[in-house]
Design a protein. Structure first.
Length: 76
């Protein structure tokens, strides 16, 4: 039977936990970005419907401006 010191065992456990946390963070971040790319929180059609429901006839420039401002906010 192999005997390892208690310090080495604790160090290995702590190292494995830290490695798992770091790997999990980057994996979760990649999955989240991928999901946002596939399913954006709002699109141009939704903006047009929102402005129309407020009684406005949105121009294309207004819709693009709102989309651009929302994408800039999301990027911060």
């Amino acid at each position: 039977m192999f005997l390892i010191s208690t310090g080495a065992f604790i160090g290995a456990v702590v190292g494995a936990l830290l490695g798992g946390l770091v790997a999990g963070y980057f994996i979760a971040q990649a999955v989240f970005k991928n999901q946002l790319k596939k399913n954006p929180p709002i699109n141009e059609k939704q903006i047009r419907v929102m402005l129309s429901s407020m009684g406005r006839k949105p121009s294309e420039a207004q819709v693009r401006s709102i989309m651009r401002s929302m994408q800039n906010e999301a990027g911060k």
